[in-house]
Design a protein around this ligand. Structure first.
Ligand SMILES: *[C@@H]1O[C@H](CO)[C@@H](O)[C@H](O)[C@H]1NC(C)=O
Length: 317
């Protein structure tokens, strides 16, 4: 009886994302519209995004990532790598940026979780040569490591998909694929990654293991955006929610618990992976952590905000 029980537990997929590790699921790929694991079974990653590395570098380390896995119950962490902000980024300080990124990647590997390498830039098309250098460097260093996923362009704004964003992604895909033939590459869609109809109408062809970003903030985006998501899924476009918030689209405002639950239902029903914004102690609604939270206390119960509590409860159930 005991043996049967143990086997049953080992074979099932836990709703606690913390238990659905890289050693269990291994190399990911895309099958139809679904993210699947090494056995070809559907897998749904649930996790946390770090805040822009230039502004919250205190969470770009092993202690923090340990907390993301064990206390936030996440199986993916997103490193939001600033390209060019008023306070710097990869364009001005590439070594410092890579040091922070590598700390997060190496911690994620040690902790047996996935890690999303995000070029966090709203104007990535104007920094293409830097982006190519960045993705070439990282994909060379971590070639063949199953933990890694790439996100080439966080949130294009008004740039044209057909003329600007799609050609940008194609250039970055080519660069990554020269070093890394298999890992998932996720492509930002226009209008802060809510304009998913645009890539659906003109997708990138001739590539495997490509997905497209849909971002939502529950206080701003509701059934209309879910319906659009359902339509593009039905049309065959694989979706990954690389960023979502429980609050308004500006990252602030009250937690919209009811709308967030409707989003979770939709994500779970469609097995769509999703990553919450953000591991941050900035005083704003989207932050998962209360002000002055240390890396060692990431997602410990007493340090979670209202948003953080909602997200962590979902990650483990
Ligand atoms: C990118 O292009 C700019 C403008 O030509 C140049 O100054 C810069 O050195 C280039 N950077 C890289 C990483 O290629």
């Amino acid at each position: 009886m005991g043996l049967v029980l143990v086997c049953a537990v080992n074979l099932s997929v836990s709703k606690d994302a913390a238990q659905e590790t890289v050693s269990k699921h291994g190399q990911l790929s895309v099958s139809g519209v679904h993210l699947v694991d090494k056995n070809g079974d559907k897998v749904q990653l649930k996790g946390m995004s770090l805040f822009w590395d230039v502004w919250k570098p205190q969470y770009y380390n092993k202690q923090s990532i340990d907390g993301v896995h064990s206390s936030c119950h996440a199986n993916i962490v997103r490193a939001a790598i600033a390209a060019a902000t008023d306070d710097g980024g990869y364009v001005t300080t590439p070594e410092k940026t890579l040091e922070r990124l590598y700390a997060v990647i190496d911690a994620a590997i040690a902790d047996d979780i996935y890690v999303l390498v995000d070029w966090h830039d709203h104007a990535a098309d104007t920094h293409l040569n830097y982006s190519l250098k960045f993705f070439d460097t990282v994909s060379k260093k971590y070639s063949g490591v199953p933990n890694i996923l790439y996100e080439t362009f966080n949130e294009p704004i008004a740039q044209s998909w057909d003329d600007v964003v799609k050609p940008y992604h194609q250039a970055v895909i080519k660069t990554i694929r020269a070093n890394e033939p298999n890992n998932i590459i996720i492509l930002g869609s226009p209008k802060y990654s809510t304009g998913i109809d645009q890539p659906a109408g003109n997708p990138i062809t001739g590539q495997k293991n490509i997905m497209y970003t849909l971002h939502f903030y529950a206080g701003t985006s509701d059934q209309g955006l879910r319906d659009l998501g359902t339509r593009v899924l039905n049309g065959g476009l694989p979706i990954f929610v690389t960023e979502y918030g429980t609050v308004n689209g500006d990252g602030d405002g009250p937690v919209d618990t009811e709308e967030t639950r409707l989003w979770y239902e939709w994500l779970d029903k469609n097995s769509i992976s999703h990553v919450n914004w953000a591991i941050s102690d900035k005083q704003e609604g989207a932050s998962a952590l209360v002000p002055n939270t240390a890396a060692a206390d990431v997602c410990k119960e007493n340090f979670l905000t209202e948003s953080g509590k909602l997200v962590v409860a979902h990650n483990k159930a």
